[in-house]
Structure formats: structure tokens, C-alpha cells
Design a protein around this ligand. Sequence first.
Ligand SMILES: [Zn+2]
Length: 432
Amino acid sequence: MKAFLIYMLLMIGYTINVSSQEKEFYLQAGLLYDSQENIMLENRVIHVIGNKIQSIEDPEKIPVDAEVIDLGEYTVLPGLIDAHTHVLFSQEPQDDFTEESIATLVLENPALRTLRGAKSVKSYLDVGITSIKDLGNSGLFLDVALRDAINEGTVDGPRIFASGPIIGAPGGQLYGVSHEHQDLVGLEYRIITSVADAKNAVREHVNQKVDIIKICADNLPNNTRLTVDEMKAIVETAHSYDLTVTAHSVTNQSAWEAATAGVDGIEHGFNLADSTLALMAQKNIYLVPTENSRAYMHSYYKLSGSNPEELTWLNRYFENSKNRLLRAIKNGVPIVAGSDNYTDIRIPRGASSRDMFRAYYEAGMKPLDILQAATFVSAKHLNKENEIGILKPGSFADIIAVKGDLENDFLNTLENLAFVMKNGKIYLEKSN
Ligand SMILES: [Zn+2]
């Protein structure tokens, strides 16, 4: 681009910046959650100018003529983060994943798919989730388009950190697709076939302006997986562009290999040996446990036509997930909260995402640790800990408030949401 054009664009940006009217107000908090220190603070006021937090102050510092939002009866927190979503994909409880994916690709216009996603994202703000990491199953960069629509104000929704198509080995996660129709898989996944192709795939994603790289270390429930060398090439290329890499992993072997290759995060990690957890802790690789609560699983299986009481394996599932989560914590693996809920269980998607808090709580995680996993720790592993998941000078004004006692009545209090602000704009404000 010509130098004068760049100069002109910078000047236009500058003019817009200085001429916009910035709102200024003070939020008085009953309690304020310090997500970095993982403690509750008393008697604090948040000074917001425009879309940023200017300062955290004592109440005496409020000027007499200032606009004050009184949240003195509430606990104020940074907007929550769901680090594992698929807002452009929805599945009926009784349906098969591959069939639903193929139907979406073949029968649903991508514009319609995106518009449905636009409806779904609004529901995250309704439950206080102001940022999401959307990890694929989103066609060819529809997640990036939806992110941009939200950022420009066309659609209301949380901040989206978009991965674009998941990078994976032949077949992607779509099992049973015949050889002559494998091209369809390429509409939903970026299939790579070599180390050189792995590097190309990351560059293509960089070119489409993704925020994070998602890979399938294994393709389970499908039967192929990436090689360690392919994953290393992906990690090296992504890191050279300052992008983090997170890996879908079901088996212990693929998690071990992904960790060896240097990924930044493991999604699911349903089967992790202590040795893998120790390697993850040593390399500061985070885990996103994507289990569901008992209540969620009951709704899911009732809707799918099964009697959940007869599913004896469910008890084993809860035992396993609890055991693995507590072992990960004991080994010192950073936990990042993510729901992975994409099945339509007849409640809005945001409300369904909130089930992750219940699942972690039922598995024995402490309330403040769960909050930290959905705020500071999540943001830190996106290299965004100065912008989101935290309330401090310079961070975005993504602020929520709940009524109740988070430490002693966690789940009810978290659902008793009274205030939601994202980027300085108020989306929910209940009067006392
Ligand atoms: Zn997922």
C-alpha cells in the first residue's frame, strides 16, 4: 500500500477516535472480585470512561456531579469467558454428529447458518459471558465474520476469539464419510497431509485473521490423528504470528504428543495419565475440561429418547471427570473453563454454557477457583490478561454483577445476575 494511503487511514482513525463522545461513570461495588489475586475486595468503585476502565478507587474519590451506578448490594466481577464454544453449529440430542454436520454443510446456506449463530451469541450476554473462544465447526471462517459483525456493532454478542476451521488429519471428526465425498470435510475442517501443508494451513488462517489456532490432535470419534512433526510445525508457525494453539484430545496418547509438540492448551483431555498432567504442568499447558453436570446429561438423554436412570455408564462418566479434574488441579495444571455445549437442550445457548460452572462445582472445584478459570486464567492463556477477565486500569469495561454469596451459595448466586456491561455498553440492569 502507498505510504500516503496508510497515512490517510491513520488520520481517519485518529479523527474518529478523538471526536467520539465517551461516556463516563462510576460503578459502586458491594464486593469486587479480584480475578488475578482470586480474592474478594470490599468498598471499591470502578471508574469507566468509554469502553475502558480508568481506575479502581475508594468511594470517597467519586466527584459530586458524577454519574454513579449503584451496585452496592452486589458482587461485581469481570465478564465471564467460555473458552470452548461452537456458536455456528447446533445438534439435536437424538441426532448423529456426522449426519448433522453434513446436513449443515449441504442443506444450510452459510448466510442462514451465520444468522442463526448471530441469534445464538446474544444469549451469552444474557448470562454474563462477555467473551467466548469459538473453536471451529463453523464452516469456512463464518466465525471470523460473526466476530467482525459483533465488533462493528451490527450484531450484539460477546467478544469472539475465532479459530476458523479446525486443522486436522484426513477425515476430520466426520466419521464414515465415503472416500468420494471427502471434499465435503474440507468445507468444515482444514485437512493437512504433511508438515509443509501444516505450515500453509496456519498461514491461510493468519491471512483470514483468526485469533487462535485449533487443531485435532486426535480426530476421535473418527480414527485418524496428526503426527508430532505436523503439530510441531503448526505450533512453530502459529507462535511466530503470536497465535496460541489449542488441541482437541480424547486419548492420553494424543494429549502427550500434542504436549510434546508444544501446544498451549488441551481441550477435553478425557483420558489423561498423571505423567501427561505432569508434563502439561511443567510446560504450563492449560486444560479445558468440557464435562457436563448431572442435570444437563439428564435433559440431554431425555430429549434423545433414552431413560437417563438406565444409563449406568453415566455414573462412571461423572466419576472419571471428577477424578481427572481433581488430578489435574493437584498436578498444577492451569484450568480454563469451557462448555463445548452445542446440543439444543431447549434452553438458550448461553444458559446451556453456564452448565460448566455446575459441572466443575459438582466435581469439587472451589467457587473462586471456578471463577478464576472463567476469567483471569482463561484470559492469560489467550495473552489477553490485561484486557479481559480482569478489572483493572486499562482493561475493557466488561463488567457483571450478581446478588448473593458466591463463596457459600455459588450456583444460585451466579445465576442471580443483575448487571451486564460489555465494552462500556450496558446490556442488563435490574433495579434493586
Ligand atoms: Zn468442541
